[in-house]
Design a binder for this molecule. Structure first.
Ligand code: ACM
Length: 519
């Protein structure tokens, strides 16, 4: 048996040197962890004890006699960055060092992946020896932004699943959860000042059946909806924080807002009553440009800032159908008043109102790449989805960029032959394509390339109505993307990744994740 046979870490670490022998975890093993590492160690132990059937002891450094599993912050290990770690496993002890808590968290995820995959079982796996291969790993991520997005508007996802999704993000050493909370088909976040957003906008009377463009449209005659209370959101934010995942909430504007307009028709361009949208595509109604509407959306953001402590707030701004602005005498008058020449400039003006608002409150605006049209707001970060070009242009003009190009990172696209796969929105993004992605496009100087913060995977849920199906579409493509954003580009090798993935899929299976088995 090759020495490395049981080392299958995903994402692949920067450096890994296999050594002879094993360390064995038993009920006698002591983890040595001082504050502030204790809660991190406790959380880790909790995820092990179901499968192991015993608890590991956690003691402060001063109390321990023989250091068995030592977790240590080493402030001078700056070369590892905040998220890197050094792991040394010898037969007598495990030593995990990092200059920050995040590095210790990621080192513990690596240790868990060095145990037999049964460690992910939801029941006791008493026949397993919990051995860890002796080795030395030095590891740090390639990018700071390693994200997964989830659309909970097209189909509402229960809070318990949102937490599992965050656990999956953390398992892959990813650190951003982009929570798409509002859209034409549903508003999912409670805003105290505007209760109708969820009372009315949180529901639609029915949902389209079958392909998006099929005519005539058919519907399921079943109401769909749901929303997260502020209390639930605070709980999720804290859950994510403990797993070193930052949530980026997305509140769409000025398009993808039909649910909000259904709740408050005065936000729209006609003022007429409307309904939360029941089919896909669309975006036929958008916000007007009145001062009161800008203030309304800023009030919403105020509520969002109160719930989400992370630096980035996503304001969407994609796919805005400008026709309602062209058709509205009030909007046209408003454009004159603001001395704007066209609707692109009006969209840019709208985004700038939000950019100023967020910047004044110490946060940063991020939006889809359409925010480049009509002029980019000064503080904006661009999420490049239609391709790499938007990101390239933004990076060249000194703006930060997150790469999310649909051809590589849209996990709602088919991952195999559409004839045998469940109905999806379209596209074709197989595992190898995801794996081949490099978030740094050609043509950037090193200074410009530094503006590429990283990349993320998208899970739009028009054709993904249940948590099981989210898992099916997201995995294992999320595993491939994790390697894109964490591992060194020159170390990437798809067939070698596939062999590690075999073990990784066992982990997912024991955990009860409904991933798609690649051919
Ligand atoms: C998008 O897919 N409209 C960002």
């Amino acid at each position: 048996m090759a020495l490395s046979a049981n080392v299958s870490i995903i994402p692949n670490p920067s450096e890994c040197q296999i050594k002879p022998g094993y360390f064995k975890l038993t009920s006698q093993t002591v983890i040595v962890a001082d504050e502030p590492l204790r809660p991190i160690a406790e959380l880790w132990c909790k995820t092990l004890n179901t499968a192991m059937g015993f608890d590991l002891k956690i003691l402060p450094a001063a109390d321990q006699q023989k250091g068995i599993m030592n977790l240590q912050i080493q402030p001078d290990m700056k070369e590892l960055g905040k998220e890197g770690y050094l792991l040394q496993v010898a037969p007598e002890q495990v030593r995990l060092q990092a200059c920050d808590q995040a590095g210790i968290f990621y080192g513990l995820i690596t240790i868990k992946q060095l145990l037999a995959p049964e460690i992910f079982s939801r029941g006791r796996a008493s026949h397993i020896d919990w051995t860890i291969q002796c080795l030395e790993i030095q590891d740090r991520p390639r990018f700071n932004w390693r994200g997964m997005h989830l659309d909970v508007c097209r189909h509402f996802m229960p809070i318990e699943f949102v937490k599992k999704y965050i656990d999956l993000i953390a398992l892959h050493k990813m650190n951003i959860f982009h929570w798409h909370l509002t859209d034409d088909q549903g508003w999912r976040i409670e805003i105290k000042k505007y209760p109708k957003l969820t009372e009315i906008g949180g529901w639609r009377k029915e949902t389209l059946i079958g392909p998006m463009r099929k005519q005539p449209r058919e519907f399921d005659a079943t109401p769909h909806g749901g929303f997260y209370t502020q209390e639930e959101i605070r709980d999720v934010v804290e859950y994510a924080r403990r797993r070193f995942v930052t949530i980026v909430p997305e509140i769409e504007m000025p398009g993808h807002t039909q649910a909000a307009i259904a709740a408050y028709p005065e936000l729209g361009t006609t003022g007429l009553p409307t309904e939360t949208l029941t089919y896909w595509g669309g975006c036929e109604q958008i916000l007007n440009a009145e001062e009161s509407t800008v203030r309304f959306m800023q009030d919403v953001l105020e509520g969002v800032l109160d719930l989400f402590p992370g630096p980035y707030i996503h304001i969407g701004a994609d796919e805005v159908n400008k026709q309602p602005w062209k058709d509205s005498p009030q909007v046209q008058a408003r454009m004159k008043e603001l001395a704007l020449d066209n609707e692109e400039q009006l969209q840019s003006w709208f985004v700038r109102q939000m950019d100023t608002f967020l910047t004044e409150r110490g946060r940063r605006l991020i939006g889809w790449d359409e925010i480049l049209e009509g002029g980019l707001a000064p503080g904006a970060t661009v999420m490049s989805w239609r391709g790499m070009e938007g990101g390239l242009a933004a990076a060249k003009s000194g703006h930060d960029v997150v790469m999310a190009p649909c051809l590589y990172t849209y996990f709602d696209y088919y991952q195999a032959d559409p004839d045998i796969e469940p109905l999806a929105i379209g596209g074709f993004t197989p595992l190898e394509k995801v794996y081949s992605f490099d978030p740094i496009p050609e043509g950037l100087s090193p200074d410009q390339a530094r503006h590429i913060l990283g990349a993320q995977g998208q899970v739009w849920t028009e054709y993904i109505s249940t948590p099981d199906k989210v898992e099916y579409m997201a995995l294992p493509r999320m595993s491939a993307l994790a390697e894109v954003v964490w591992s060194r580009q020159k170390k990437k090798d798809f067939s070698e990744f596939q062999s590690r993935l075999l073990t990784h899929m066992k982990r997912l299976k024991y955990w009860g994740v409904n991933f798609r088995q690649p051919e």
